[in-house]
Design a protein around this ligand. Structure first.
Ligand code: PLP
Length: 345
């Protein structure tokens, strides 16, 4: 395509068939290549839509500063959108996210504030810090990706229709992790409106409470995950819009198997949330049997997970190293599990 500015390059990403996993499962497994967005992640879509809608509603005016709390990718997306449209940007991020995301936000000229990671109820949490800065400064506009439904809308009006068109309506399941829920909500909403039979799978990492919430209406989590930008312990407005059929919790070992196998075998180097998505697609394929078309998201690329997911020292330290990732064993385990531990919502 030919673009006049970076904002015009957000969206319209390719849909890539993963040949090895399609052959293994007998399903057509596709990833939507969201790392092709100009900021390198799926969050560019939400960033752009939130800003465009706020401008249209008159909430964001020339000369104002955008403020947002983020695990990083939304900050990178907003940095590009803000610069392209002439706004300043302040980003509040928890410490301990991959250093590459901090560097990119600074490289784009945004002001970065790092806060200690803490539970949501603590007023120092990155979300509350961003909100407070927004409220204390009349010339700031707080994007609020968790509750701002422009996030969901970005997927409902763009990503979902792209997938419907790219699959020519032949899609059986959409599989997604959840951070704010914008992705799963917008895509499940749009695709189910086209065909009620499309199933939506929510994939939850360890340390997140969504799976238990959907199972028992209680935010409880076990273990922890090194994935970033996904998992949550509360219900937010974007997630409320989601039309979920099934939810499953998958551990980091599974995403490591998938990530390292695909890197070795298919030249596809995924970020950690994307590898969890693909593990989820495998789980959905195992549960539904062959012949289905299953779409998931490559939310960002492997560079943004390099110092954790692809770092042997990090994996050794966490006792997660897998010299020979055995994708067949993983798929056999998923087949044996079938719908066990899958919550029907
Ligand atoms: C790498 C990555 N994957 C997935 C997500 C989750 O997307 P959503 O917020 O639409 O649920 C995020 C959100 O920040 C992310 O950064």
């Amino acid at each position: 395509m030919r673009a006049n500015n970076l904002n015009e390059m957000v969206g319209n990403t390719d849909l890539l068939k993963i040949e090895s996993l399609s052959a293994l499962t007998g399903c057509n497994i596709y990833v939507k290549c969201e790392y092709q967005n100009p900021g390198g992640s799926i969050k560019d879509r939400a960033a752009l839509q939130m800003v465009l809608d706020a401008q249209e509603k008159g909430q964001l005016k020339s000369g104002m500063t955008i403020i947002e709390g983020t695990a990083g990718n939304t900050g990178i997306g907003l940095a590009i959108v803000a610069k392209t449209l002439g706004y300043k940007l302040k980003v509040v991020m928890p410490k301990g996210q991959i250093i590459e995301k901090e560097r990119l936000i600074r490289l784009h000229g945004a002001q970065l504030m790092l806060v200690d990671p803490c539970p949501f109820k603590n007023p120092a949490h990155f979300y509350h810090t961003a909100k407070r800065i927004g409220e204390e400064n009349a010339d700031h506009w707080w994007a609020n990706q968790f509750e701002n439904l422009s996030n969901y809308r970005a997927h409902y009006i763009n990503t979902g229709p792209e997938i419907w068109e790219q699959t020519e309506g032949k899609i059986d399941a959409i599989v997604s992790v959840c951070g704010t829920g914008g992705t799963i909500a917008g895509n499940s909403g749009y695709l189910k409106q086209q065909n009620v039979k499309v199933k939506a799978w929510l994939i939850d990492p360890d340390g997140s409470g969504i799976y238990n919430f959907l199972k028992n209406k209680e935010y409880k989590s076990q273990g922890s995950s090194f994935t970033e930008g996904i998992g949550i312990m509360r219900t937010v407005d974007n997630f409320r819009q989601a039309k979920i059929d099934y939810a499953v919790n998958l551990p980091d070992v599974d995403l490591i198997t998938v990530a390292h196998y695909l890197a070795k075998n298919d030249a596809i180097v995924l970020g950690s949330s994307s590898a969890l998505n693909v593990a989820g697609a495998l789980r959905a394929a195992a549960a539904s049997g062959p012949g289905k078309t299953i779409v998931t998201f490559a939310c960002d690329a492997g560079e943004r997970s390099y110092s954790k997911l692809y770092n042997p020292d990090f994996l050794n330290e966490k006792n997660l190293s897998q010299p020979n990732p055995d994708i067949n064993a993983l798929f056999e385990r998923y087949k044996a599990q079938a719908m066990n531990n899958v919550v029907s919502v």
